[in-house]
Ligand binder design. Structure first.
Ligand code: HEC
Ligand code: HEC
Length: 354
């Protein structure tokens, strides 16, 4: 594995530079719409200011203490938080208006930075100038792309290229010399990850359907019907969130970032001994993810009807919160659009926003 790690690290430097001195592989991805290189430069590196007051090193100034230099979510203040700060390298984001398996849009990330995530350590950065926010969004995308490419190459090096056994001879090792004819697996991996980000930006218009709630949204009759769907077998919200959304149902489950180094490897999250090697590398102590207390609780993503509609339909990526299919006529397989709106009314009533 050591050979794989060191070869992949060399490839990563050649493709994306380092988190302090970011680069972008223009030879593979000549049309860069996704990130702005000047923004990356501003967000990266150590904290300083230019003569005109422009701040540099924005990520270290505002984010590193929680999210860590490489975006691994292991900054010095991370271990005290619940939930833990996000590890961007998995490329999975929770608070977005795209489909569950899709990347977020820039707009979604911007909203998270501006609003913060109430009820978690993630603060609001609404006081930062717009261009600083944009630069930070670019940089989060950069770290996520870089991290995901790195993880995929590491996995590919073992599963496809035969790393992990005897050391490989020079001609079979992964190298990237800076052109498209280099190892296909590298070019493919980079293109695939970036393509996912790009298509999420493109589907915006189709996805962000102009949802507007029905006229009776938030009325007491809609709330009452919503309460019924909340308890129904099809939605089964009550199975996790408790009657009336009081929470408290202990579903001993974990989020995907934790499962990655526990259950997915066949290790019980309770098994301190088996986990020690991961803990030594900085992995957090696994903590169960609880279905949220909804009545009088804080909605991290906010109270927007459209957002709640989307949440019920798609669930929350990276967590056990499932989505419910929307069908023509509400039946055992899903809920109708009207039923989802009723649920939205019910959720909003629990939060006192009726
Ligand atoms: C005090 C700690 C803290 C600081 C500082 C912080 N964050 Fe976070 N951040 C968090 C936590 C905790 C979460 C996870 C919240 C959750 O899982 O709902 C998070 C989540 C996120 C997410 C994921 C949102 C999603 O949709 O899943 C992004 C993006 C993010 N932070 C960006 C930033 C950026 C950029 C900065 C600096 C400008 C920053 N954060 C500063 C704690 C922090
Ligand atoms: C399998 C268990 C499970 C089921 C079933 C479930 N949820 Fe959740 N739900 C969760 C978990 C876990 C979270 C916390 C995820 C997080 O924020 O990290 C959550 C979070 C939420 C949130 C908080 C979102 C925010 O912005 O903070 C809402 C609202 C919600 N669920 C509504 C529902 C509704 C409505 C249903 C039924 C259609 C439902 N849930 C079904 C497990 C579940």
């Amino acid at each position: 594995m050591r050979q794989a790690e060191s070869d992949v690290a060399d490839v990563m430097r050649a493709l994306f530079g380092t988190p302090s001195e970011p680069a972008w592989p223009l030879e593979i991805l000549p049309d860069i719409d996704l990130v702005n290189l000047e923004s990356l430069r501003r967000a990266a590196g150590s904290v300083s200011s230019e003569k005109d007051g422009t701040h540099l090193g924005l990520f270290r100034e505002h984010c590193v203490v929680c999210h860590g230099i490489s975006g691994d979510g292991q900054g010095p203040a991370s271990q005290f938080q619940l939930p833990y700060p996000r590890d961007f390298r998995a490329g999975v984001f929770k608070w977005k208006l795209t489909e569950r398996s899709e990347k977020p849009r820039r707009e979604d990330l911007r909203n998270v930075l501006i609003r913060g995530l109430p009820g978690t350590g993630m603060p609001s950065f609404s006081l930062l100038p717009g261009e600083d926010i944009d630069a930070l969004v670019d940089y989060v995308i950069y770290l996520a792309v870089r991290g995901e490419v790195e993880r995929r190459l590491l996995m590919g090096s073992v599963s496809v290229m035969g790393y992990g056994g005897e050391p490989l001879p020079a001609e079979e090792r992964l190298v990237y010399k800076g052109d498209r004819d280099d190892a296909e697996i590298i070019v493919d991996t980079v293109q695939r990850v970036v393509q996912q980000w790009e298509s999420a930006q493109d589907t915006v218009n189709a996805q962000a359907k102009t949802l507007s709630g029905p006229e009776d949204l938030d009325t007491s009759s809609s709330v009452e019907r919503g309460r019924k769907w909340f308890h129904s077998k099809t939605a089964n919200c009550v199975g996790c969130h408790g009657a009336e959304g009081d929470g408290g149902i202990e579903t001993l489950d974990y989020d995907d970032w934790t499962k990655e180094y526990t259950t997915k490897l066949g290790i019980s999250p309770e098994d301190q001994v088996a986990l020690q090697p991961f803990r030594d590398l900085g992995a957090h102590k696994p903590r169960p993810i609880l279905p949220r207390k909804l009545r009088g609780g804080t909605l991290r993503g906010g109270n927007d009807p459209e957002r709640l509609f989307h949440l019920i339909n798609h669930g929350i990526a990276g967590t056990p919160m499932p989505g419910v299919a929307i069908v023509e006529e509400g039946d055992g397989r899903g809920l109708s659009e009207d039923q989802v709106w009723d649920l939205v009314s019910f959720l909003r009533s629990l939060n006192g926003s009726e």
